[in-house]
Design a protein around this ligand. Structure first.
Ligand SMILES: [Zn+2]
Length: 202
């Protein structure tokens, strides 16, 4: 199942101009940071922040290290009808395949303004040992099942700012990009420290 990585929605471009927002610099900074930390191998990971009309997110199929302002996309709406998903976008690229996941979290959590999804392999491996909130089963990446499962977990844990997606990655949420980014880094450090201690005990 984890091999299914196709985009599960159609994109309707309302404009082909990249989004204009001062905060895109900060988003690009975090993309580079996670790329350097190895939290987004290949083209994994997607980062977004909330705007007045929706959210600005990284494009699909692009490495975080290659993200620049010109290839960011603003998602202006998501329509879900009879199993069909339509994403309204402004930009040159197709938005991340996890755009629907970001959209649903912003809807569910009005206080959250930044969602950073990385593939922190160490945290994913150690999720149970670290007793981190984690989805039960593994859902296909970019699938609506994954969206539903994350939604279910977040409804159960109202204050949760960090969620592990089983055998996949993590979601760090924050009121600001700084909060979400620092949280993702903090959890990565914690997992590394834990792994080192475990190694030392052998
Ligand atoms: Zn992912």
């Amino acid at each position: 199942m984890s091999q299914i990585t196709g985009v599960r929605f159609e994109t309707a471009f309302l404009s082909k101009n990249p989004p204009h927002d001062k905060r895109t610099d900060e988003l690009v900074h975090w993309c580079q940071r996670f790329d350097q930390l190895g939290l987004a191998p290949k083209s994994a990971g997607n980062l977004s922040f909330r705007t007045k009309r929706g959210f600005i997110i990284t494009a699909t199929g692009i490495e975080l290290g290659a993200v620049e302002k010109a290839n960011l996309v603003e998602v202006l709406g998501v329509e879900i009808e009879e199993g069909q998903i339509l994403v309204y976008a402004k930009g040159r690229m197709v938005p991340s395949k996890e755009s629907v996941l970001h959209s649903e979290i912003y809807d569910l959590r009005p206080q959250i303004n930044a969602i950073f999804h990385t593939h922190d392999q160490l945290v994913v491996e150690l999720a149970d040992e670290l007793k981190l909130p984690c989805t039960d089963g593994e859902q296909a990446r970019g699938s609506y099942e994954l969206v539903k499962e994350a939604q279910r977990m977040l409804r159960l844990m109202e204050d949760a700012r960090y969620l592990v997606l089983r055998n996949h990655g993590v979601i760090a949420m924050g009121e600001t990009m700084e909060v979400a980014g620092n949280l993702a880094e903090k959890m990565n450090r914690m997992a590394r420290d834990f792994a080192q201690r475990k190694e030392g005990e052998k």
